[in-house]
Design a protein around this ligand. Structure first.
Ligand code: BES
Ligand code: ZN
Ligand code: ZN
Length: 505
């Protein structure tokens, strides 16, 4: 999808599909009164248009509701699409993203390849932020997961144009728009990786894809395999990897800007990259197992985030680490009862081979510290328990450090992604004490499973400020929405990038 930013009046603007947002102006006081939706543009040509249908009450401008006008006489555009964003008091950047995604997904099945989106003007909305949200939402809407359809027709949007008023401050809108392009493209880059099936995207291939991205963006990257993992004594990572015929990959990406302060922070992004999770010897039920190809979504988020960071160029050092393996049952596989010695020296008693994500992350987090990380963030499709707790709406976030968490909260305000904080407290540690070694890889009971998994990871970060993102419930959309296709969501990329950028300020 090519993108373009214009500062123009709408009347004489040629467009295949001109998109204007509208709010629902009705009040709860008088349910029977018809309130005309309010168009979010001050452009004279659109605002003056006399559209009886808008007065009829048939179109209420609820979120993502659409209304199409063909050949509007007051405009040069071929079609005018009004997209609702809901009640006027609640118009947030999230609504703008969704509306832009919905407009793109309206266009795609109709083979409309050019979309022109009018930046909404609304009290309390900053124009640059709205322009950025629009382009991010458009990228999200443009992605479809049908890569392997033999009769696949490419209906992706060729050109997405954002139009801002002539009076806008061009520099700030342009800068925000550019950020939106980088983040939108990087999120889709991650989604394309997550979408790949396990037979096509092995740990080796994930390593190759990360290396290719790094080469393109000018980032140093190393991809190690079995030999190095053994040499580093990554006994927890290797325990998982040993069961598969596919060799593991330890991916290390670096972003080292020359203008970063020498004594500044070193941020490490550590991702779970299980390219397929069968559960291993503690094998999963076959129903729904096919979805476990997305068990590398945390790792893919880190690769996508590094891509965006390389382009946004914040003045802060970042290391990206992805621990990638395939969790398989075999004659070589690790067993329940096994004891694995992690790189940190801690002895892990394996109670369940399906709790493999925390095994690979244990060594990834320890390695990140060894490489000089001062702040850690990990992302993983770690537990079904997190899905039980938060459903498929919020991802879980855990923190051992208030300042890091505050940085993340600020990042969420910009990214618009939904995370809910869960506790990290010593009382939960009792559940992972081992009798034969130091810790067990599960809490033993189903209760508090997302938290005991976090407590396990905490053993390997010690006092280093750390955030843990459990994205199991939100990395894959089971159903399509008006603004996004069914399939990989690319969640966490935007938040992680903003978290990184917050350390520059
Ligand atoms: N990859 C799964 C977690 C998962 C579940 C991701 C649902 C996406 C959707 C993870 O490796 C796993 O199997 N966790 C176990 C842990 C248990 C054995 C303690 C789980 O959640 O059941
Ligand atoms: Zn598992
Ligand atoms: Zn897993």
């Amino acid at each position: 999808m090519k993108t373009e930013l214009k500062f123009e009046a709408l009347q004489s603007l040629p467009a295949e599909l001109l998109v204007v947002l509208a709010t629902d102006a009705s009040t709860s006081k008088d349910k029977n009164a018809v309130a005309e939706p309010v168009l979010l543009t001050r452009d004279a040509a659109v605002a003056s248009a006399d559209k009886p249908v808008l007065k009829s009450g048939e179109f209420t401008a609820s979120a993502c509701e659409t209304l199409l006008f063909y050949g509007p006489p007051e405009l040069k555009a071929k079609r005018l699409l009004i997209v609702g964003v809901g009640k006027s008091g609640k118009v947030s950047l999230t609504e703008i993203r969704k509306a832009a995604g919905a407009a793109v997904r309206f266009a795609k099945p109709r083979s409309i390849r050019h979309v022109t989106f009018v930046v909404p003007e609304h009290d309390g909305l900053s124009l640059p932020a709205a322009a950025r949200a629009a382009v991010e939402g458009a990228f999200v809407g443009d992605f479809d997961p049908d890569t392997y359809k033999s009769d696949r027709k490419d209906r992706s949007i060729e050109q997405f144009t954002v139009v801002a008023p002539v009076s806008a401050d061009k520099k700030t809108v342009e800068a925000a728009f550019r950020e939106g392009v980088i983040l939108g493209e990087s999120q889709n880059f991650t989604r394309a990786l997550v979408n790949e099936p396990g037979n096509r995207l092995t740990p080796t291939v994930l390593g190759q894809r990360a290396a290719a991205m790094c080469k393109e963006q000018g980032l140093p990257c190393e991809v190690h395999s079995t030999e190095k993992i053994k040499e580093l004594k990554m006994g927890a990572f290797w325990a998982v990897a040993q069961g598969s015929d596919e060799p593991p990959a330890l991916i290390v990406m670096r972003y080292e800007p020359k203008d970063a302060p020498k004594d500044g922070p070193v941020l490490a992004l550590v991702g779970k990259g299980i390219t397929f999770d069968t559960g291993g010897i503690s094998i999963k039920p076959s129903e729904g197992m096919e979805k476990m190809k997305y068990d590398m979504a945390g790792g893919a988020a880190m690769i996508g985030a590094m891509r965006a960071i390389a382009q946004l160029k914040p003045k802060v050092r970042v290391i990206g680490i992805v621990c990638s393996a395939e969790n398989m049952p075999s004659g070589k596989a690790y067993r329940p009862g096994d004891v694995a010695i992690a790189m940190s020296g801690k002895a892990i008693e394996v109670l369940n081979t399906d709790a493999e994500g925390r095994m690979v992350l244990a060594d990834g987090l320890h390695y990140a510290k060894q490489l000089g990380a001062t702040h850690l963030i990990d992302a993983a499709t770690l537990t079904g328990a997190c899905v039980v707790a938060l459903g498929m709406v919020n991802a879980g976030v855990f923190a051992n450090d208030e300042a890091s968490y505050e940085h993340f909260q600020k990042a969420l305000e910009i990214s618009g992604e939904k995370f809910w904080r869960l506790p990290v407290e010593d009382e939960y540690r009792e559940m992972i004490v081992s009798h034969i070694g130091d810790i067990t890889n599960t809490g033993g009971s189903r209760y508090g499973g997302a938290i005991t998994a976090a407590m396990f990871l905490k053993e390997f970060v010690d006092e280093t400020p750390w955030l843990h993102l459990d994205i199991a419930g939100v990395a894959w959309m089971d159903e399509q929405k008006p603004w996004i296709a069914k399939g990989p969501s690319g969640v966490a990329v935007r938040s992680i990038v903003e978290w990184v950028r917050s350390y520059e300020k």
